[in-house]
Design a protein around this ligand. Structure first.
Ligand SMILES: Nc1ncnc2c1ncn2[C@@H]1O[C@H](COP(=O)(O)OP(=O)(O)OP(=O)(O)O)[C@@H](O)[C@H]1O
Ligand SMILES: [Mg+2]
Length: 601
């Protein structure tokens, strides 16, 4: 996370956000301010009525007064309504722009960011924090309106009686002092409340996405208890914040009330002494009451600003992040019809603040070669695939595709040429067809038909109630694990990548289906380079070469027969599997050489 930004930075960022919408803000501000002006005129009409019209007993002047007030009220209502509509639409536009901007930035950020920040946290920032900021944006016209009203009210009061106005000076000093005292408390309580909100949202997001898993584990009560704790913490943080805000407002109002008493006492004395008319005192008092509104709005806006600063900080944590995997300015496009060679040159890699996963790794995969990558769980197989498609960047050495360092090519062209089928098969809650076409929307019907055939999905399509138009449910939950994997394989085939990285992509299939599909895959298209990561050693007969990864380096490589003959780590994996009788490599953590099973002679 980034360091906390200063008030100035927050303001600069906020002004930058509302600048494109400033003319709408200005228009709504002018309309709302004009409506306030109308609101401020009636005490003057009242004074005229009390001091001149009523003592004079002129009925026509009285009718004029009432007619004037009617026009004032009608104008006020019209201007205020139009101003509010424009203000509301401007706020919606600001929300829309901010959400879009955040989503684009989140899409740009690299895997390390997504692996670190929980989805609920991101969701909270995109929704709640953006709402806070946009809502504050809608208060900008009110702030200016408050300033404008303050100016008008103070000028009118000065014109009515300057001495009386002077009594208000201590009030303003007291108000400024209270604001200064509470500033820090408001900021801290807002930050804590938003942090608790983010924690609750992260928990909820994770829980709601895995309710079935929770039920299987019998953890409903435990999860509810955790939620109860998080929700209570959030509630008490919100109560604390509200307490600080209310106490701030109360002190502020007390300062104003003290000033009011002083004004009324002094004003009454002036009337008794004959230095002030009753009409002027009533008008002054009415203005004094209206001085509350702008002052209270200012207090309210101030409280909102401290709250919104926490949201701005959390949004800026995302907008100011620089993707760790980014395109160089002179990045070139990888040719669409590339040959698909992959080369690791002395590569070392560690996840941020974690021990080294790959060290001084060098190997080459030739164009069209089918290579299997095996090794114990945690040996770095998936990591190696992620480096080829640039989900992370190497710390030392280089990864090349077709002789070009992957850091020197555009991300778009790299990911068009290299496809990575993730270990976890995830589909989108759309129709089967939409899922298939995600990587290649322009694929022809014939190509879709071929891909379905290769992935052996035709039966499934016939069985589904709406065929290809059937929705597959959240994350593809309406399909079996093996069906999900086959859909993803078909989707990848449609992309026609030069390099295909399959990470346990067929692990949920039965062995005969897996064999058939892998044979289909290896032939379609023939020149495609395939890296097949698997624990199922019995399914590797179709590959040209097997690479055995251990402790961050290639321990041995060769064909199945070569490796068995060599009697090394691969042979020991095979004998372990044979003993276990399931054809799968162990999923236990990587052992050291000392406790590796003794390879056969
Ligand atoms: N995002 C991450 N942050 C920190 N460490 C990670 C991250 N992803 C993986 N690791 C660690 O890196 C090591 C290699 O992980 P990797 O996923 O590449 O193993 P693998 O060989 O694919 O294992 P498996 O066969 O179980 O899928 C492991 O020790 C793992 O704990
Ligand atoms: Mg893996």
């Amino acid at each position: 996370m980034l360091n906390r930004s200063s008030t100035k930075q927050d303001l600069v960022w906020f002004v930058g956000q509302i600048r494109p919408l400033f003319r709408y803000q200005l228009l709504s501000m002018l309309l709302i301010a004009s409506s306030s002006l109308m609101f401020l005129l009636d005490p003057l009409v009242l004074k005229w009525m009390l001091d001149i019209v009523l003592p004079g007993g002129d009925l026509r002047l009285l009718a004029l007064c009432i007619g004037g007030l009617l026009i004032i009220y009608a104008c006020r209502l019209g201007l205020f309504s139009v101003g509010r509509i424009i203000n509301f639409r401007t706020t919606q536009r600001l929300t829309f722009r901010l959400r879009l901007q955040l989503l684009e930035q989140i899409n740009r950020l690299s895997a390390d960011f997504h692996e670190t920040m929980p989805v609920g946290e991101k969701l909270y920032r995109v929704e709640q924090d953006v709402d806070q900021v946009a809502e504050f944006g809608s208060f900008v016209p009110h702030l200016l309106q408050a300033g404008f009203n303050l100016l008008f009210v103070v000028s009118a009061m000065a014109a009515l009686n300057f001495n009386l106005l002077f009594v208000l000076v201590p009030l303003l000093v007291l108000a400024a002092y209270v604001a200064f005292r509470y500033q820090n408390q408001l900021r801290v309580s807002s930050k804590v409340a938003q942090q608790r909100g983010g924690d609750e949202s992260s928990f909820l997001q994770e829980h709601l996405a895995s309710v079935i898993q929770v039920q299987i584990l019998n953890r409903e009560v435990g999860q509810t208890e955790t939620f109860r704790e998080l929700a209570s913490a959030r509630m008490s943080a919100l109560n604390d914040r509200n307490g600080v805000e209310v106490s701030f407002g109360a002190w502020y109002m007390a300062a104003i009330a003290a000033g009011t008493l002083a004004v009324l006492g002094y004003g009454g004395h002036q009337v008794l002494a004959g230095a002030l008319s009753i009409g002027s005192l009533v008008a002054f008092y009415t203005y004094l009451a209206r001085l509350f509104d702008p002052l209270y709005s200012t207090v309210d806006i101030y409280a909102r600003f401290t709250r919104v600063r926490a949201s701005i900080g959390r949004i800026m944590d995302i907008t100011q992040q620089v993707p760790t995997v980014c395109e160089r300015p002179n990045a070139v496009s990888l040719p669409r019809r590339n040959s698909g060679t992959v080369r690791f040159i002395d590569v070392s890699f560690a996840y941020r603040k974690h021990p080294c996963v790959l060290s001084n790794l060098s190997f080459e995969i030739h164009s069209g070669e089918k290579v299997a990558l095996v090794g114990f769980s945690g040996s770095g197989k998936s990591t190696l695939a992620k480096l080829i498609i640039r989900l992370h960047d190497v710390q030392k050495g280089a990864v090349e595709v077709d002789g070009l360092d992957v850091r020197d090519v555009t991300l778009e062209s790299l990911r068009a040429s290299v496809s990575y089928v993730l270990q976890e098969a995830i589909l989108f809650d759309r129709s089967l067809e939409e899922n298939l076409l995600l990587g290649c929307p322009e694929a022809a019907d014939k190509e879709v038909h071929d891909a379905l055939e290769i992935a052996e999905l035709q039966d499934l399509v016939c069985r589904l109630p709406n065929g290809l138009d059937t929705r597959v449910g959240p994350r593809g939950a309406k399909l079996s694990g093996g069906e999900r994997q086959r859909v993803i394989l078909a989707r990848t085939l449609l992309q026609k990548p030069a390099v295909l990285l399959l990470d346990e992509a067929t692990s949920a299939l039965d062995t005969p289906s897996e064999r058939r599909i892998l044979r289909n895959l290896s032939e379609y298209p023939r020149h495609q380079t395939v890296v097949f990561i698997s624990h199922r050693i019995s399914s590797l007969s179709w590959v040209d070469r097997i690479l055995v990864l251990h402790k961050g380096t290639i321990e041995e490589q060769g064909s199945h027969t070569d490796l068995i003959r060599r009697g090394g780590l691969y042979a020991s994996l095979v004998s372990r599997k044979a003993a276990a009788g399931d054809g799968r490599a162990s999923s236990s953590p990587a052992p050291t050489h000392a406790n590796l099973p003794v390879p056969p002679d």
